[in-house]
Design a protein around this ligand. Sequence first.
Ligand code: 0O2
Length: 221
Amino acid sequence: MNIPKSFNQVDQWKSVMFLYDSALKEISTKIEILNNEFVHIYNYNPIEHIKSRLKTPDSIVKKLKRYDYDVTIDNMVEKLNDIAGIRIICSFTSDIYQIAEMITKQSDVTVLYVKDYIKYPKPNGYKSYHMVITIPIYLTDGPVDTKVEIQIRTVAMDFWASLEHKIYYKFEGNAPAYLQQELKACADVVNMLDGKMFSLNQAILELSEAQQRETAEEDMM
Ligand code: 0O2
C-alpha cells in the first residue's frame, strides 16, 4: 500500500484509516449490488446481513504486540490484514461458497489468500470462510490497493463465534476446560443444525419446483 506521505504520525494515521474506511465502503457497496442482482435474477437473497468494522487502535496495538512486531504505522499496514473487516452472514453453507466466488470474479478485487475454516474447522470448533483481498481506492494521485478481510459464515456459525469470542476475551484465552468442551459440543450442534436446515431448504425447493411443473402442465391442457 502506498500510504500518502504526510508530515507527522497523526496525519499518516488519519490517511491510513481513511483508506481502510473507504475500502469498507467500496466492498460493502459491491456486495450489496451482487446480492441485489441475485435477488433480481433468482428471486433469492443469499445474504442475511452484513457487518463492517475498523479495528480499534487498542486492538491494532495488541495484535502487533501479540506477533512481536514494533508498533509502527508501516508494520500495521504490512503485517495486519484485518484492520478493515467485513462479515457476511448467510443462511446456508452453500451460500458461503457462492458469495466467495462472486467476490473473487470481480475484476478489481485481488484475492491475497483464503482460509477455509469450514472445510478445515479450528480445533475449538470455529467455522468461517475468510478471504483477504485488496481493492483499489482511487485518490487524486492514483489508485491505492487496500486490504480488507472478509469473513463469510452462516447465522448459526456467527452465533457460536460471537459467544466463543466473548468467552475467549473474558478468560484471556484460558477459559476453564469444561467451558471449552461445552463450546466444542455446541459447535457440533451448529454443524448438525446447518446440515439439517440445508436439507430442509433443498426439500422445500424441490417441492415448489414440482408444484410449478404441475401447474405448467395443467395450463397446457
Ligand atoms: P478480533 O478481536 O476479532 O479482531 P492473519 O490475519 O491471517 O495474519 P489471523 O488474525 O490469525 O492472522 O487470521 P485468522 O485466523 O483468519 O483470524 C482473523 C479473525 O478471525 C480473528 O481476528 C477473529 O475475529 C476471527 N477468528 C479466528 N479464529 C477465531 C476463533 O477461534 N474464534 C472466534 N470467535 N473468532 C476467530 P483477531 O484479530 O484474532 O481477533
